[in-house]
Design a protein around this ligand. Structure first.
Ligand code: ADP
Length: 193
């Protein structure tokens, strides 16, 4: 059985994580942030090393270990009773992050909607990322150079995922609104699904 999935999509700093956390508190929705799964790794593990090496340069971790780690996280969440695929919608944030990952997950995910959080100028997310880096002590967003690399990686590798799934599932939300307005717009989409 494929997993009923909604993708939260958008450039770094667009507010996917904030919205995903809020939506994940609703009954029937399970939020999974791939970035958080990586950050929960032990830094002295093999994959922890790989994660630090790539993320500190604003780059994506290679696809196979990423998808493998994600599958383990989902299986553990099921075993622990936090995620019930038969009844829950999976709210995915940060994966698939390129077309190759979308292909690897083709038989696993039934993508029913993509919520694309957009801004006419993703540069305006930079300040948010820098504030978060200070607050959460994040290596990847501490330097302006790395933020720019992350935004470039998004444009080059992640944006094409939208074409992979096609326009029928695409919904666009203005990410420059206040968080509560963004949430309101996303909920209006989710209730129609
Ligand atoms: P957040 O959404 O909290 O900003 P990210 O999703 O940007 O966190 O993840 C931080 C880093 O983790 C990324 O820059 C990348 O190196 C790695 N990462 C997260 N998800 C993936 C993925 N699906 N594929 C490859 N690398 C990933």
């Amino acid at each position: 059985m494929k997993l009923k999935t909604i993708l939260l999509f958008g450039a770094p700093g667009c507010g996917k994580g904030t919205q995903g956390k809020a939506l994940g508190t609703l009954p029937g929705y399970f939020h999974c942030s791939c970035g958080e799964v990586f950050r929960s790794l032990r830094l002295d593990s093999d994959l922890g090393h790989v994660f630090v090496r790539y993320s500190s340069q604003g780059q994506l971790v290679p696809d196979e270990p990423t998808v493998q780690l994600w599958r383990e996280f989902i299986q553990n969440s099921q075993r622990a009773g936090r995620y019930e695929p038969a009844s829950d919608q999976l709210l995915l944030d940060g994966i698939p992050r390129n077309v190759r990952q979308a292909e690897l997950l083709r038989d696993t995910l039934d993508v029913r909607a993509i919520v694309h959080l957009t801004s006419p100028d993703p540069g305006r997310f930079v300040e948010r990322l820098q504030r978060r880096a200070l607050r959460e002590n994040r290596l990847d967003d501490a330097k302006l150079e790395v933020i720019c690399d992350r935004l470039a990686t998004y444009e080059r590798e992640t944006r094409p995922v939208l074409e992979f799934y096609g326009l029928e599932v695409l919904h666009t939300v203005d990410a420059t609104q206040t968080p509560i307005r963004v949430l309101q717009d996303i909920l209006a989409i989710l209730v129609t699904l």
